[in-house]
Design a protein around this ligand. Sequence first.
Ligand SMILES: [Zn+2]
Length: 488
Amino acid sequence: MKRVANRHPASSGWPASAADSHLPPASQRHWEPTLETMDPEERLAIVDAKLRAQVRYAYDHSLFYQEKWDAAGVRPEDIRGVADLRRLPLLHKEELRAEQAAHPPFGRYLCVRREDVARIHGTSGTTGRPTAFAISRSDWQRIATSQARIMWSAGIRPHDTVFLGSFFGLYMGGWGALIGTERLGATAFPFGAGVSGHTQQAVQWLLEMHPTAFYGTPSYALRIAEVAHDSGIDPREFGLRILFFSGEPGAGIPSTKRLIEETFGGICIDTGSMAEMTPWMTNAECEHRQGMHMWEDIVYTELLDPETEEPVRPGEIGVPVYTHLERESQPMIRLWSGDLSRHTTEPCPCGRTYARLPEGLIGRADDMLIVRGENVYPSAIEEAIRSAGCHGEFRVIVTRKGSLDELTVRVECDPEDDDVQLRRTVATRLKTKIGVRAEVEVVKAGSLERTEFKSRRVEDRRDIARQMAAVRGDKHEGQPGASEKEAV
Ligand SMILES: [Zn+2]
């Protein structure tokens, strides 16, 4: 019979004290100057020590990890640092789901006592069994400090007021931004989202309170801008200096980023990884917006070839694989994200030496469409549409006529647009960006459905869509429809 250790965190300085009250002076650029700007090789010693403690802790406190790693023939003491990380098997989302089904409600990777769980969150479970997240009190405090430290890099300071236009429910996103705001000492305005008539109210409150920072999804920010325009209000009147986003790739798509910055007159910051990985902001742009930094001393991120699962070199496409370094409640070790990205180690003007993802998360492997044999990412379609000057909603519809895939892109035009010209421009941009000819339909501004959360813009009407999802899902996601992943 296997045993788990007494469910209390190891001593010896790991994890860091949750009672950290450090707050730099507002004029200071970095929250932890030495740690953030040191030679990455030197920082690796810190990362390695945390990783050793995290792996040992997970093994000692979780039958799930004991079984998984024993089956792979690897022992915690084999992992001396990130160079050995590949000896541990990858962790997939459907394993977590199966584990929670077999050992409800949290699975045997919950490493603290049930009474030490301070918060319960989870996925919405719209397409499969929801996954539950349990977060201990001291983890929550450490998460707050991490989020605050990263929000600091975006330029948010204690004198700021942060408007949180996001759901406050199971979804981790809004809560993570809220505790970061509070820990940083800024004023939180947890406005929420998703209630009927809310967007009109959001416009009024933004004018009334003049918050200096905004958090939400890019599509919701653009929705607010539309509603403002309809009331004759220029969104620049809100006076937002910083808009930071998660939950959708938009803030990392150059044309969408530009659109948001021009619309609101503030900077647009892309952040976010996965809800399981909270503090999910360990992928985040700094105020220079040169791609998301990977804050490797909080969560260590590998980028692996999607096929061979070997590490990729800078500039090559890889799947981010995340490992917590200081999580006592539900540590994730080598969680396969299913997203795709490229990284660079080139210096950033901010002086931080964390590698970056200059194009953000290019797309989710799950969201990729195969159209006439070409891999097409919805984010590339969005880039093409926005760069053609389309500011409104859009839809992507894939059908099959005979043996040929048809790609239809529906965009909204502004009243002053020339329909014919717009159709031509969008079609040309799409062909250049994605390499596939698309039918472009121009519809009236405001005629496509709006959302206050994440937009669902892609509709694959081919019979083979489900089959392809099954093929792609075979390796990592189980059956079609089971690939729901909560991005934050
Ligand atoms: Zn930077």
